[in-house]
Design a protein around this ligand. Structure first.
Ligand code: ATP
Length: 621
């Protein structure tokens, strides 16, 4: 067998090739200085295997006695060169046993060392969502398969040992022990449901509008108007005070982002100053308030319409549609007897979440010297089922509509709290009119039976009349609900952990995509620099063989191996520049190269920078 050191300084690859007969030549496969070998260079077999089978059979490299052997880390001297000996050329041909057996053992570290690293850092070769995807795409690959490379550290001696990756370059998934719960929680659904949720939202944003609705093509830069109202007919629509309103989803041409347009029909703006409140609202940013962007009037709907543009929350549902629309027999079911929560009753934990979030929004608005004026089940949106975030919508529109009435701010703020109280009554009793005089006592009894004393106290405080001795303010509500805020905060923090956990799983994806892009930029570019053998020589050839190793392996029956975890493992190691060696086999199986992932990474970087070089590159045509 003949060994050729790849003379390029960029790579320490060991090339093992079938010897050529004198008239055979493979100029393109071997680097230009291929016929010289460094006689004083330590044989790479010593480095890799600890011995060289061919030491006495023609191997031209230096074979030190055991104590003299140069450790891999110190091997950086300038190699001397020498010609290949005749024996070397006639050495037996290396024939790989099977194309899938490409692993080469590597000397360090010891398995316990690696295990310690693994335990300490929770390091996972196939980490990330793509790792999960592997199991999803390939159900036949069980957990063991995804983590098959970790099996090197089983007791069985038939497994090879791998070097650890540069684990500091990796971001392991947060170990489950640090995430209080990875299952469905108050705020965050299970991983797969979260995925589905995000997909449905994205689908919602891209859904095509109905045709033939006679809506304007574009108003004030907003196009693709799609009505969002759930009312079956126009007459079923609720009124916004005395005005009919309709909500559209529309995309703005400047940023391509969808917005919710609230249109008030037949409204004539008398004073431009009425828009001053919209300006004030557009400065309010709060997680429980649907952000206001702008307002304008238009005649595009063949009337005088007022339009206010808000942030669009895909798949948002009003609390009314979710909890109060008649769909169960529970509505107005005041039997007077204790009863289990009926189907559709809001669990107390959820109710508190709503109360705390709405209170927080009102506090923000009142502290800004404004009033919300739309604390109503038809205007509070739930944006996401598990992540029970509620947001007050339609803010600012009442200020414009009622501009002429000049209402007192204190009165409006008191009214916000009363509206809030009526909302709590409605939600606890599944009845929009639960706080009306005729229903009041029955509703209170019902609330007492179904919910804790604190709910009743908060609801009564909110609908009570303010008096000089006991002024009703949002801050006073906080004194009542304070003890419940801790649970909400805990859940919110847990949700943050969960989201970070989910995000971490996605973190590596970008690196993998970048690597794939680079590989694809480089591979198969016969036209580059008018050189049809561009991919067949030098660094590019190694990259091409690596691509085959990663993607084009076949099993013993010749079937393509489509194991995504193998792909991810290889790409992760390439990205980390692991010193681990692998054997790359030419397609004709007549030659192979032993290289480290670090070598391949160097080749990749150099080939890519050659491609990406702005000047001097002829690939600009
Ligand atoms: N900012 C928004 N993002 C996403 N959806 C929204 C937004 N604002 C309102 N919607 C949706 O638009 C629909 C209509 O909102 P609207 O305020 O008119 O409610 P409504 O009074 O219940 O309507 P309806 O006229 O159907 O009775 C609701 O289903 C609501 O979920």
């Amino acid at each position: 067998m003949a060994y050729f050191a790849r003379p390029s300084s960029a790579s320490a690859a060991v090339r093992i090739v079938k010897p050529n007969t004198p008239d055979e030549s493979t100029p393109a496969q071997l680097p230009s200085r291929k016929d010289s070998v460094p006689r004083q260079t330590q044989c790479r077999n010593i480095l890799i295997y600890g011995f060289c089978k061919f030491e006495d059979k023609g191997c031209v490299y230096y074979h030190p006695s055991a104590p003299d052997a140069i450790q891999p880390t110190t091997q950086s001297e300038t190699p001397a060169v020498a010609s290949i000996s005749a024996q070397a050329v006639n050495a037996p041909v290396f024939i790989p046993k099977s194309s899938s057996v490409n692993r080469v053992p590597s000397p360090s570290p010891s398995p316990p060392e690696y295990q310690a690293i693994q335990e300490q850092y929770g390091y996972d070769l196939g980490n990330g969502r793509l790792g999960e995807a592997a199991t999803q795409l390939e159900p036949q690959y069980d957990d063991f398969s995804v983590h098959q490379d970790m099996s090197y550290y089983s007791a069985s001696s038939q497994f090879f040992i791998r070097e650890p990756l540069n684990y500091h370059l990796y971001t392991p998934i947060i170990p489950p022990s640090f995430v209080s719960s990875t299952s469905d929680s108050h705020f965050v659904p299970s991983s797969s449901e979260l995925r589905q949720l995000l997909q449905t939202r994205s689908e919602d944003v891209r859904s095509a509008p109905q045709v033939g609705l006679g809506l304007p093509e574009e108003i004030q830069g907003y196009h693709t108007l799609t009505p969002l109202d759930t009312a079956a007919t126009t007459s079923d629509r609720r009124k916004l005070f005395n005005w009919s309103s309709v909500v559209y989803r529309a995309t703005h041409k400047a940023d391509g982002i969808p917005y919710a347009l609230l249109r008030v029909e037949n409204f004539r703006l008398m004073h431009q100053a009425a828009f001053s409140s919209i300006e004030a609202w557009s400065k309010i940013r709060h997680p429980n308030i649907v952000s206001v962007h702008e307002a304008f009037t238009t005649r595009s709907f063949n009337d005088n319409s007022l339009v206010v543009a808000y942030t669009y929350h895909p798949r948002a549902q009003t609390l009314h549609d979710l909890h109060l629309k008649p769909k169960s027999t529970y509505q107005n079911n005041y039997s007077g007897h204790p009863q289990p929560p009926p189907l559709g009753a809001i669990p107390e934990r959820t109710l508190w979440s709503y109360i705390i979030q709405i209170a927080s929004a009102i506090k923000k608005v009142h502290e800004a010297g404004m009033a919300a004026r739309t604390i109503d089940a038809t205007k509070v949106l739930l944006t996401g089922k598990n992540r029970r975030v509620v947001r007050i919508s339609s803010c600012g529109v009442m200020d414009v509509l009622m501009y002429d009435t000049h209402q007192d701010l204190h009165y409006l703020q008191q009214e916000d709290l009363s509206q809030f109280g009526r909302l709590v009554f409605a939600l606890t009793c599944n009845n929009p009119n639960a706080a009306s005089t005729s229903n009041f006592q029955k509703s209170l009894d019902h609330m007492s039976r179904m919910y804790s004393h604190d709910v009743k106290t908060a609801a009564l405080f909110l609908i009570s009349k303010s008096n000089p001795h006991k002024v009703k303010t949002i801050n006073r509500l906080y004194e009542i609900i304070g003890s419940r805020i801790t649970a909400e905060l805990d859940d919110a923090l847990e949700a943050t952990d969960r989201y970070e956990h989910e995000l971490t799983g996605e973190l590596e994806n970008a690196r993998i995509v970048r690597l794939l892009c680079k590989l694809n930029f480089i591979n198969e570019r016969p036209e580059f620099a008018l050189d049809p053998r561009w991919s067949e020589t030098g660094d590019r050839y190694i990259i091409k063989l690596f691509r085959d190793y990663v993607f084009h392996q076949v099993d013993e029956q010749g079937n393509p191996v489509t194991n995504l975890s193998h792909v991810l493992t290889c790409l992760n190691k390439l990205d980390a520049g692991s010193e681990e060696k692998l054997m790359l086999v030419a397609r004709d199986e007549q030659s192979c190269l032993v290289v480290s992932y670090r070598d391949i990474r160097t080749c990749l970087e150099s080939a890519f920078s050659e491609l990406a070089r702005p000047t001097g590159s002829t690939y600009t045509r």
